[in-house]
Design a protein around this ligand. Structure first.
Ligand code: PLP
Length: 284
């Protein structure tokens, strides 16, 4: 992978303080933005989630225009890239958890678009259920905050190349999401399918692609509910798919030992999302 390009507080030659609270406590938020043909995708949705998160955590951050312009500039320098925006509370003014008057730090990092097996979007992902569970905390639910140790543990439970994603349950046993994806189940008869996705009330990230899929399903006339789901709901689902801002939709072709067919509702939504994602045949 070629080296990522980094801007700190808007400066290519900027530096990061060793006292930054993002480093010490994960006191920050981030966005991972897919950029195609030099333009960030769903930029407004990313900036909206970030700004709501900053308000919930009382995090200082530059205005949307400044952040948006910096992301657009970074994206414009490459045809395809992943631009990560990180906002932290900044260098601590005192030791300990209490905050007071920190000025914030913001980073824009541009990564090359990852090499990925195009089959994942076509034939589907192999998924296992992670043993690591997610803690429940409504104060943090929905946020894409910088504390990702649960996902790190789950992701590294199985380092073989036979698994593409791991599904995570909450401590109380509810299905929540993948380690880097939200999850959708297709229920109902083929003539009247409906989507079910775990509610993000106690844990989980309120994904941008989850939001887009819910919006597009409504436009497509497919009812959807955000509800409490248990692992056995997966056994009853005819189709399962995963979403995130980069991958769009991945059908799921197996969960642990159970094989699943890639079904028509997943395909219909993939097709509907194609133009929004800027995916053409050439992109795979
Ligand atoms: C834990 C987790 N859930 C869900 C998602 C999907 O979010 P988005 O659609 O904003 O990429 C991500 C993305 O990285 C994630 O890390």
């Amino acid at each position: 992978m070629s080296a990522p390009a980094v801007w700190i507080n808007g400066e290519a030659a900027g530096s990061l303080s060793p006292l930054d609270r993002g480093l010490h406590f994960g006191d920050g938020l981030f966005e991972t933005i897919a950029c195609l043909r030099g333009r960030p995708r769903f930029l407004e949705l990313h900036l909206e989630r970030l700004s709501l998160g900053c308000a919930r955590l009382s995090l200082p951050a530059p205005g949307r225009e400044r952040l948006g312009a910096a992301i657009e500039r970074a994206a414009a320098e490459a045809d395809r890239s992943i631009v990560k925006l990180l906002v932290t509370r900044g260098p601590a003014l005192q030791r300990g958890y209490a905050w007071g008057g920190e000025q914030g730090t913001w980073l824009v990092i541009r990564y090359p678009w990852p090499h990925e097996d195009p089959a994942l979007a076509l034939t589907g992902a192999r998924v296992r259920t992670a043993a690591t569970r997610l803690g429940e905390n409504p104060a943090l639910a929905g946020l894409k905050h910088c504390n990702r140790l649960e996902q790190i543990l789950a992701r590294n439970e199985d380092r073989s190349h036979e698994v593409d994603e791991a599904l995570m349950l909450s401590h109380s046993g509810h299905l929540v999401s993948g380690t880097m994806t939200n999850v959708f189940l297709v229920a109902g008869p083929p003539e009247a399918p409906r989507l079910r996705t775990p509610q993000i009330a106690l844990c989980g990230v309120a994904g941008i692609m989850r939001r887009v899929v819910l919006r597009e399903a409504a436009r497509e006339g497919i009812p959807a509910c955000e509800c409490a789901l248990a692992p056995h709901d997966l056994d009853e689902a005819g189709e399962v798919f995963l979403t995130n801002a980069r991958i769009g939709i991945w059908p799921v072709r197996s969960i642990d030992d159970r094989a699943l067919a890639v079904g028509p509702v997943t395909r219909r939504l993939q097709e509907r999302l194609g133009p929004l994602l800027g995916i053409t045949g050439a992109d795979g």
